[in-house]
Design a protein around this ligand. Structure first.
Ligand SMILES: Nc1nc2c(ncn2[C@@H]2O[C@H](COP(=O)(O)OP(=O)(O)OP(=O)(O)O)[C@@H](O)[C@H]2O)c(=O)[nH]1
Ligand SMILES: [Mg+2]
Length: 463
């Protein structure tokens, strides 16, 4: 029996999970440039291969399709993930130490799971009552920064009487209006993260079912019993059904069985959208960390008996910044994470933050301007991206100065740090053209810092 490490690649929507998993496998299978991954640098990795996964009921992660798409002559990013999938890598390695060296190899199964990032935010709901969720959700919708995004939803809500008789048509209409509000919050301009329930944004096979046909209600402060056939009772029942039939099985069958987690964070999109989005991202991180507090007397700790001993947070897509800014990006993530660690009184696991790019899509360039050298990144913006009003066709390369992150990480939460205009500007780039094959084999996907993340989550299991 070889030991197994179940690695959860977690992250909010579009944070880069699928690209990360693809690049990780590609680099391990094809021995990429991973100088900071100790077992490989020490020459102890003997072979890596894909094996049948352990769970027959979970779809296989479509590694071959994603890798083919990213390395094709016209490389493309993968589609958004719509459901859970899994893949098993087996790593044969030489253990450290003279005794073992004389006696051959060890094996480790690395089981990796990919799932839609939105689902992650369902886990904090497990501990919330309908009333608590309604209050916090409606309070957020009333924040001025969400004014435009939540207008229709607030208007709808103000017409409702929670004590009125239950009504299926109204329930469907309300769920649709509430979903439109969540979708508007997710758009690039707001780039918010803490949006739940997750299946409203990505219902998968639940679309249209009662479990996703509910919405929060503006309830009176004094807790009164609602008649069984009232709108409030109907919403409450469905909220509880969502917890029992959607959030809990996901937690029990997947999340709770993981040994280690990598939490990918699209910090750049939040920075691009401004301090409100960064604060919201921190709120989402708080919620994620709360889910990891298995050890404490939370009722769901009885379900698992397992605890995560290492947790890596990684700010992805660092190739949008010149390398001089990578340390600042890491410092900002560390600072947000430390805030969250303190606020959630999280203990028990080794936690570390990284800045990385799973698939490096840019190269660096220095551009002279008024006697100064600006650290730029050059790549091909994806078709439709705009820079200074210029629309890109997905073919032309552009060198862009994305701006400098602040020196002091705490500044990113200060409402005044972006002044009148955001000093940061990121465009989305196409994946890089695949490098020429090496020794007849495809060249491994280029990355930034993938090896440091791997070393943190994997190296001690290969010792
Ligand atoms: N430049 C750059 N862009 C990246 C990188 N990784 C991801 N991206 C961008 O981020 C987008 C989302 O990446 P995915 O891996 O699909 O993200 P995900 O977390 O799986 O998203 P969902 O499945 O929707 O939850 C991609 O389409 C790319 O535009 C990277 O290393 N560099
Ligand atoms: Mg995905």
């Amino acid at each position: 029996m070889s030991p197994t490490l179940r690695l959860g690649v977690t992250g909010l929507a579009r944070s880069g999970k699928t690209v990360f998993i693809t690049s990780l496998i590609h680099n391990l299978l094809d021995r990429g440039q991973l100088p900071f991954f100790d077992p490989l640098r020490q020459g102890r990795i003997l072979s890596v291969y894909i094996e049948p996964q352990p769970d027959d009921s979970v779809p296989r992660f479509e590694y071959e399709d994603h890798a083919a798409l990213l390395t094709s002559p016209d490389p493309q990013w993968p589609q958004s993930t719509r459901s859970i999938s899994q893949i098993r890598l087996t790593i044969e390695y030489e253990p450290i130490g003279a005794f073992w060296n004389a006696f051959g190899t060890n094996r480790l199964h690395l089981d990796i799971e990919d799932y839609p990032g939105e689902w992650l935010l369902d886990l904090p709901l497990l501990d919330a009552s309908f009333q608590e969720w309604s209050r916090s959700s409606i309070a957020s919708a009333r924040e001025p920064q969400r004014g435009a995004a939540s207008r229709e939803w607030r208007g709808f809500l103000s017409q409702l009487d929670p004590a009125a008789k239950q009504n299926e048509t109204l329930a469907r209409e309300g769920a649709a209006v509430f979903t439109r509000y969540l979708q508007a919050c997710k758009q690039e301009t707001l780039a918010l993260s803490a949006l739940s329930p997750g299946r409203f944004l990505l219902p998968s096979d639940l679309a249209g079912s009662p479990a996703v046909t509910f919405f929060p209600l503006d309830l009176p402060a004094a807790d009164r019993e609602a008649p069984r056939d009232s709108l409030r009772a109907m919403m409450e029942r469905r909220f509880e059904a969502y917890k029992t039939h959607v959030a809990l099985p996901f937690f029990r069958n997947h999340f709770a069985r993981l040994d280690r987690q990598i939490v990918l964070v699209d910090l750049l999109s939040a920075l691009n959208a401004g301090p409100y989005a960064v604060a919201d991202l921190r709120r989402a991180l708080d919620e994620v960390l709360t889910c990891f507090r298995y050890g404490e007397n939370r009722w769901y700790s009885f379900l698992t008996g397992k605890s995560i001993d290492r947790l890596a947070f990684a700010a992805t897509k660092a190739d949008h910044l010149h390398h001089e800014n990578h340390i600042r990006l890491e410092a900002i993530l560390t600072s947000l994470m430390n805030d969250s660690l303190a606020r959630t009184a999280f203990q028990g696991a080794d936690v570390k933050a990284f800045a990385m790019a799973s698939l490096r899509s840019t190269r660096e360039a220095l551009v002279k301007q008024n006697g100064d050298s600006l650290g730029c990144v050059a790549g091909i913006p994806i078709a439709g991206e705009t820079v200074d009003g210029q629309v890109f066709d997905g073919k032309r390369e552009l060198a862009i100065y994305p701006g400098d992150l602040p020196d002091d990480p705490a500044r990113v939460l200060a409402p005044d740090w972006i002044g009148t205009g955001n000093p940061l500007h990121f465009v989305r780039f196409r994946p890089p053209l695949a490098p020429a094959p090496q020794f007849g084999k495809p060249a491994p996907l280029p990355h930034i810092g993938l090896d440091r993340v791997l070393n943190f989550v994997l190296a001690d299991k290969l010792s």
